[in-house]
Design a protein around this ligand. Sequence first.
Ligand code: GDP
Length: 441
Amino acid sequence: MFSTLSQRIDKAVKNLKGKGRITEINVATTVKEIRRALVDADVNYKVAKQVTDEIKEEALGRKVLINVEPGQLLVKIVHEKLTALMGGEEEEINIEGDPAVVLMSGLQGSGKTTFSGKLANFINKKRNKKVLLVACDVYRPAAINQLQVVGEQIGVEVYAEPENKNPVSISQNAIKYAKENNHKVVIVDTAGRLAVDEEMMKEIEDVKNAIKPSETLFVVDSMTGQDAVNTAKTFNERINFDGVVLTKLDGDTRGGAALSIRAVVNKPIKFTGTGEKMDAINVFRPEGMAGRILDMGDIVDLVRRTEDMFEKEEMERLNRKMRKNQFDYDDFLSQLQQIKNMGNLKDLIGMLPGMNKVLRDVDIDENSFKPIEAIIRSMTPHERQNPAVLKEGSRRKRIANGSGTSIQQVNNLIKQFEDMRKMMKKMNKMTKGGKRGFANL
Ligand code: GDP
């Protein structure tokens, strides 16, 4: 995500390396570079100019106040300004009401249906509210089916009227149904078109007026850059939505949409989508996003995600075993499984400070774990629970054969595993019996 932009800003700031302080001259070059990087990342020119002017002013204003390295100071200022540009604070979705109604809008292919499912899942699990999904795309017969598949996957009921071609009455009937059946949140997925057209606008406007949603979200594909911002503007003028959902941030997006939408439309980004799976949904935090653009990571997000994704009991069990230096290959396998469940790995790595730089060109996906899993699965239960017996070469050879890997790969894994155990032992000593344990570090 945003790797080119991150690289360019990083490079621009390096210009200041070795300079004793920020001056009008050296900051001008750096700021110009940052502006160019932003524009090339599809940030609206006016927005890029304004934000970099502010960065410059701030940098010059602070020069006498703080005695830190100019590069670091500038990164801090850029971070603050990008955060402010994206709205500053995190803004929550409004799902108050009985039922609360969330209306989804956006072009076809933007990811509305997928996001409706993700949001339903999120509200169901995180807010403990019973959700009803409503299929209001009356033009594509496949659309109803698509939503039903999603609903089944996440265990959320889907309301549809395949014979009814009027989205206003479908959504009204759905709300009535929700009231009768104790659904607390209704998510209405509407029809999109490939481009903005009057008929679509009128339709979404009619639905909005009829059902008076507590929250109207505009879904947009972040890969479409400047177009995303223009479409947002058009939709907003017509239906005055409450928030934006930026999808496909897991792809090779240049970042412009994330950075300009708030400034141009003056509506907050509330969520992002980072994958096709139902758990690839993130509450948007401007500060975290700015951190990721500058490769400073987003630990808050990482902790949130891991908290949710790791099963608590399993985590505690692993934690206990680590504390007693009893961590074995079965535990390792379980941990890998949990990491895999956490979704897009590259995305997770991006949340660690500096990691993007190290792993920028490394292809990490679920398949990267396959050989490791195969090796562990080729061990006997006795071997998994008693890693010491793997000292014997004959066992390693058998495992390599069984897993379709090389002895070298098996040796590497065993070495890494042993290093990991050593590290755990060391940390246990450091935390004196490890009361806090690893998971909480
Ligand atoms: P709709 O026409 O607006 O309802 O869009 P869909 O929900 O059908 O999504 C269009 C395509 O984009 C589908 O293939 C989705 O799987 C994919 N998609 C949606 N959200 C994301 C996302 O956050 N990341 C990625 N990589 N793909 C997504």
